[in-house]
Ligand binder design. Sequence first.
Ligand code: ZN
Length: 144
Amino acid sequence: MEKTPYNPSKKATGRVKNPLPAPVDCRYCQSPVSIAKNSAIYGREYGEWPWLYVCESSLCRAYIGMHPFTAIPLGTLANQELRNARKECKPAFNHIWQSGLMTRTEAYQWLAKKLSIPAGECHFGWFDVDLCHRAKLICEGVAA
Ligand SMILES: [Zn+2]
């Protein structure tokens, strides 16, 4: 049977560490959140797993993708501002481990410590705008 968020892969689901619960209400406007394909946002389907959680309010446009072949959200629901912040701030972090200064895992642990958050919660997809910018400043400091 074809895999969908309604019929996710048990194997893929089991591999996701610290799964976030599926969003029920939008954190911005409290509208219900539903499952949709990303073609609803982009006009065509992208990727091997084109599923999203999306706020039902057309004004809000908050959404978040899912881990491939699961119904587990990649992070918290994000509006345009938060999506931009995550996109803008993550490269400074990637630069740290891609330059070989630390492994990726070490870099997440190091950043978690600097941000005073548990390592299991140190994912850009989980960050709010403020945390994204704090993370960027920290990462730029060490990468400079
Ligand atoms: Zn909303």
